[in-house]
Every structure is written in C-alpha cells, then in structure tokens.
Design a protein around this ligand. Structure first.
Ligand code: ATP
Ligand code: MG
Length: 270
C-alpha cells in the first residue's frame, strides 16, 4: 500500500452524474486522487474526460453527487467562493486556449493581473514560470508566432503561475509530434517530482501515460530517469482510470492496465 493511500484524497468524485439534452454524460462517477498522485484518465472521445476535469475545477456543477477538492465540497460552493478556490488549480486546457491577441507575457500574467498583484511581483513570477518551461526568450511573442509545442508550454506556464497544488491537464500532448510530446511529458514529470503537484490528466495516448508511471524527474541530475523496477514504493504514484460512456470502466496501476485482457481497455494500449 502506498504511504498516502490512507490519507484524505485531494480530489474526490462521489456518485457524480451530469446530463445534457442528449442524455446522461456522466453516470455515477466515483474516483479519488491521493495527495501527489497523478491520475490518468483514458477513454474514447466523448467518454467524459473533459467533463471530469471541469467538475474538478468547479467550472461545471454535477446534477447529482459531490465533488470534494482539498477538503471542500466545491459542487455546493457559491460562485464567489469558487473564484477564490480556483487559484489553487492550474488548468491546461485541451486546445491550449491562449488569448491570441495577447503576448506570451500577458497570457501568463493574466491571472495575477486580474487578482491585482503588483507589477514587480508579476514580472518576477512570469519570468520564473517561463524559465520553468524554457521559454523566457519568447516572452514578447504572440501565440500565433509559436509552434504547437511552444504554445502548449505557454499554457503550462500559465497554469503554474500561482504555484497551484493541483494541476488538471486536458490532453496535453494531443496533436504534437513524438519529440515535442516528450518535452511536455518531461515538464509534467518535473512539476510532479519537484513541486509535488497532485494531477488529473486526460489523454488518448497511453504510451505518454506509461512514461509518467515509469520515469521520474531527478532534481539532482536535472534529467528524467527510469523508476527503479524493484523500488515500486519509491516511485511516483501514477494510476489509471479508463472511462467508457460516462462511467469508470477500469481502475488500476500501470501493471494492472498493461496486463488487462479486456478488449476496450486494450484498445488504448496499442
Ligand atoms: N456543454 C455541453 N453540452 C452538451 N453536451 C456536452 C457538453 N459538454 C460535454 N457534453 C457531452 O458529454 C460527453 C462527454 O464529453 P467530454 O468533453 O467530457 O468528452 P471527452 O472524453 O473529453 O472527449 P475527447 O476525447 O474528444 O476530448 C460527450 O457526449 C459530449 O457531447
Ligand atoms: Mg476532452
């Protein structure tokens, strides 16, 4: 059992349901994310991954059930309190969602300016966040002047500007070539292993998710290194939830999912 398994989850979905005109999109979801765990959400298009991330950020409310984040029932929170609450959450949206008419600096600083932080502090924190994603040199560029991978890195910098304990990643490597996808994965590993971030990460690409379960960022060497095969308890906590049509179809660690013989689960393994 992992050391954190007994502690309170950082994110908990309890019997969560949500419906739209077309019918029920989430059908009684129960999921828990432990402190410093990365929970990977896999599932075909329309299975409910983005909905879960939006619920965890308080951008949506469930029709039934509870969403509890950092000990607070956000599904019952007033809009005004949710604004404060969201400071603790970094959201890397599916399409990057940068403001095209704003520079990289303005995109990354957006939240701090809205909160009325002072300009000297903003400058320092924006530079720090851009340094983290190795894009300090692009500070004055517009999103349209950047490659897809660079834009994704800017959205990661924007998500971590307020040093949130929770980061939600929606398909962070989608549409990127394998080399660029690897740089994004390395960044996510760095955040997990140097900042102790708790994360929910939606993806179609299970091979990226396996990289997170098998590798860790070593702050001493500044490199990504394999987790010792016999040192599972010392490794990062990564677990998987496979969604199918708005329900949790399978849950387990990387070994369990790799060994799972179910044909729906196997579709994501290739
Ligand atoms: N605002 C909305 N109005 C109506 N239906 C919605 C809305 N948001 C999501 N849905 C429906 O809920 C279901 C789940 O959507 P969701 O965006 O969570 O899928 P997903 O797993 O993220 O898919 P993808 O892999 O394509 O990103 C889909 O059937 C979608 O059409
Ligand atoms: Mg989605």
């Amino acid at each position: 059992m992992s050391p954190n398994a007994a502690s309170e989850p950082v994110i908990a979905f309890e019997g969560v349901r949500i419906s739209f005109d077309e019918g029920e999109a989430l059908r009684g979801i129960n999921l828990r994310v432990a402190p410093q765990e990365t929970k990977i959400l896999v599932g075909e298009t329309g299975s409910g991954k983005t909905l879960l991330l939006k619920l965890a950020a308080g951008l949506l409310r469930p029709d039934a059930g509870r969403v509890v984040v950092l000990g607070q029932e956000i599904s019952a929170m007033r809009e005004k309190d949710l604004l404060d609450f969201r400071r603790q959450i970094g959201f890397v949206f599916q399409e990057g969602a940068l403001f095209d008419s704003l520079s990289v600096e303005e995109n990354v600083a957006y939240r701090l300016r809205e909160e009325g932080a002072d300009e000297a502090e903003i400058e320092e924190r924006v530079r720090e966040a851009l340094r983290f994603v190795e894009l300090e040199h692009a500070i004055d560029k517009l999103p349209g002047e950047l490659s897809g991978g660079m834009r994704r890195r800017v959205s990661i910098a924007r998500a971590l500007i307020s040093a949130p304990p929770i980061v939600l990643y929606d398909s962070p490597t989608a549409g990127l070539d394998p080399v660029t996808a690897q740089t994004i994965i390395t960044l996510i590993l760095r955040l997990r292993d140097t900042h102790g971030v708790t994360a929910l990460l939606a993806t179609h690409r299970l091979q990226d998710a396996f990289a997170m379960a098998h590798y860790r960022f070593d702050p001493e060497s500044g490199r990504v290194a394999p987790v010792a095969p016999n040192g599972a308890s010392a490794g990062p906590m990564t677990s998987f939830a496979v969604l199918c049509d708005g329900a949790v179809y399978f849950e387990g660690d990387h070994r369990a999912i790799a060994e799972c013989q179910d044909s729906y689960v196997q579709k994501f393994l290739v």
